[in-house]
Design a protein. Structure first.
Length: 394
């Protein structure tokens, strides 16, 4: 088995694991609302849990410049798996009787641990992304694997919520972050001895590269503008539950259908689109995002929910891969692959969290339908940036 195949196996397991945490996707918001949290508070907790993801530049700098037991990647992955599991265990043991501060801290711990797994794992993947086709292949593989994990557990999550309750469902999730440890041995990382440098210098180096790289700045601007449109995710979730009458089991079924459809999208991309010009695909992607955003306006019962979930998941995945593939190719050309890719992902996570908070606030004042319309229109703002994106064709 080649080293690239081993990296692929680990990447699949890592992203499947990230996907299976969808088991808690129904349990957590419903438990929080049962405790008495508002939509804005739940969105704020999501943003707090995202803080470690905003700081991926720091974790990337640590992974790139500081070895742990002789490794730049594997040791950090091991540490992150254990830390993330700890955060979920805390939620399981004390979440039902705890308030906002506890949920903020436990969510931060779980996210911080998985950040180390993600950044070190992505470092391995980006290092292997030596061509446009390889980059597309890895990004498609990773996100298809994440969808597989979600498909396996989303339906089970809805059923488990009804059978064993929200808290016990979270308890099962606490085991999942440990799964990558079972295949980590496959990755044969060379032992390196690097002289530790000041952490400030370790961060400043990638930042200088980032600022001086015109293409990194352009793709960052595109991501910022594209993801800043106000999100209606939480209002839509509770709208499905309260107004459309979807119970936990159906919400889980809907999640599984969407995840399986993403896998179909990954297959379509792999078979027919991975060699297509990435910038051309990105242009099409923007209009796919617009369609996906507006589609909730046409969902009024279970059949329409299923139809649009399938369509949106398939074309949504196809639209998402070119963006990350372009970012990975640009980062691969730098001397700080993990750190620069981490900065792009940090921007993506920060913007998505900001969009969630903005959407939750707007929902309170303008309602659901105006929020969807605003979100749909603002999605197009990023389109003019595409003409400035340039990558090598190979």
């Amino acid at each position: 088995m080649t080293s690239k195949n081993k990296v692929s196996i680990f990447a699949v397991v890592m992203y499947v694991t990230q996907g299976v945490t969808a088991l808690s996707g129904i349990a957590i918001p419903l438990l929080l609302r049962k405790i008495g949290f508002t939509i804005t508070q739940i969105a704020t907790l999501g943003m707090i849990a995202s803080i470690p993801w905003f700081l991926k530049i720091l974790w990337g700098a640590i992974s790139d410049n500081y070895t742990l037991f002789g490794n730049r990647r594997k040791s950090y992955i091991s540490m992150g798996c254990i830390l993330s599991s700890l955060g979920w265990v805390l939620r399981f043991l004390f979440g039902a009787s705890s308030g906002f501060i506890f949920w903020a801290i436990s969510g931060f711990i779980a996210a911080l641990g998985w950040c180390f797994v993600d950044i070190a794992g992505d470092g391995l993947i980006v290092e292997a992304s030596i061509t446009n086709e390889n980059s597309s292949k890895y990004q498609n593989l990773c996100w298809g694997a994440r969808a597989l994990g979600s498909a396996i557990t989303a339906l089970a999550g809805g059923i488990l919520c009804k059978l064993i309750g929200y808290v016990n469902t979270i308890g099962i999730v606490s085991i999942f972050p440990l799964i990558p440890l079972g295949v980590l041995w496959l990755v044969k990382e060379k032992k390196v001895i690097k002289k530790s440098i000041n952490i400030c210098k370790a961060i400043v180096g990638p930042i200088k590269v980032y600022i001086k790289n015109k293409q990194l700045l352009i793709i960052s601007l595109f991501i910022f503008l594209g993801m800043l449109s106000p999100s209606y995710g939480l209002p839509w979730f509770f709208r499905m539950k309260d107004l459309l009458g979807f119970d936990e089991a159906f919400l889980g079924l809907l999640g599984s259908i969407g995840s399986l459809s993403i896998i179909l999208g990954a297959i379509i991309y792999h078979k027919w689109l991975r060699s297509v010009n990435l910038v051309k695909l990105l242009k099409i992607s923007v209009f796919i995002w617009v369609f996906n955003t507006a589609s909730v306006l046409f969902i009024y019962n279970k059949p329409t929910a299923i139809v649009f979930e399938v369509i949106n998941a398939i074309i949504g995945h196809i639209a998402f891969v070119p963006l990350l593939a372009i970012a990975a190719r640009i980062c691969q050309k730098t001397t700080y692959e993990a750190s620069t890719f981490a900065m792009i992902c940090s921007l993506k996570n920060l913007t998505a969290s900001m969009a969630g908070i903005i959407g939750a606030k707007l929902f309170v004042y303008i309602g659901f339908y105006p929020l969807v319309i605003i979100s749909t229109i603002t999605t197009l703002i990023c389109y003019p940036v595409i003409k400035y994106i340039k990558i090598e064709e190979k």
